[in-house]
Design a protein around this ligand. Structure first.
Ligand SMILES: C[S@@+](CC[C@H](N)C(=O)[O-])C[C@H]1O[C@@H](n2cnc3c(N)ncnc32)[C@H](O)[C@@H]1O
Length: 209
């Protein structure tokens, strides 16, 4: 589901970018065990205006990022923000639940996958988790920063923003879903009374037993 105008203003402004840069990204880097290995290839679902994509390149030190968003207007904004990174970013309009359609991504393509506050926008959020797990290499890291059902139920959120109404997840439900797709949580915490969940998980090697 696309953002409404109020949410676009709430997520794409200098205060949010400062929160991401000075608080969320350092916390996520700690949870993920530091920057990515040299040459790492990353995918970002729901890139919005592309600020998170910059963080993936500059702070997580991905060599290349494939970033997509369902909203063509967001992809245009991201393209403008990332013009100084030719050859390192591939942008597409597409759905996080089908990375094969957007990037031709086969199973085990990426060293890292990033979700900066987007999976709670997807009606069938479990299929987005499954798709992320599919495209990660064994040992690849899934970095997430999510908005929980607890936040979405707040009167302010309900009044100002538009999200799918049903089957939203608590932090516990999101964390419990990851191992069902072979993703082992390496660290996570919530902030603001469980409204936001930050964490990292690693794709397990297939069980050869
Ligand atoms: C709250 S915004 C976050 C944007 C950006 N990651 C950020 O942190 O600023 C959620 C984004 O997810 C996108 N989105 C919603 N559903 C999507 C889907 N199924 N696949 C890809 N992007 C989606 C929206 O268009 C929007 O840009």
């Amino acid at each position: 589901m696309l953002m409404n105008r109020t949410e676009k203003a709430a997520v794409d402004n200098p205060a949010r970018r400062a929160l991401q840069r000075f608080y969320e990204v350092p916390a996520l880097l700690r949870l993920a065990g530091g920057p990515l290995p040299p040459g790492a290839r990353a995918v970002e679902v729901g890139c919005g205006s592309g600020y998170g994509t910059r963080m993936i390149l500059d702070r997580f030190r991905a060599a290349k990022v494939d970033a997509l968003d369902l909203d063509p207007a967001m992809v245009i904004k991201a393209r403008r923000r990332l013009t100084d990174r030719p050859g390192r970013v591939r942008l597409a309009v597409g759905d996080a639940t089908d990375l094969k359609a957007a990037f031709g991504a086969e199973g085990g393509t990426y060293d890292a996958a990033f979700d900066f506050a987007i999976i709670h926008h997807i009606p069938d959020w479990r299929s987005a988790v499954a798709e992320i797990a599919r495209v990660l290499k064994p040992g690849g890291v899934f970095v997430f920063d999510e908005v929980t059902a607890h936040a979405l139920a707040r009167p302010s959120y309900r009044k100002l923003f538009e999200h799918p109404e049903h089957d939203r997840f608590t932090a516990q439900e999101f964390l419990a879903e990851l191992p069902r797709h072979g993703l082992a949580v390496t660290g996570a915490f919530t902030r603001i009374s469980g409204d936001y969940l930050l964490g990292a998980a690693r794709k397990q090697a297939p069980d050869r037993g």
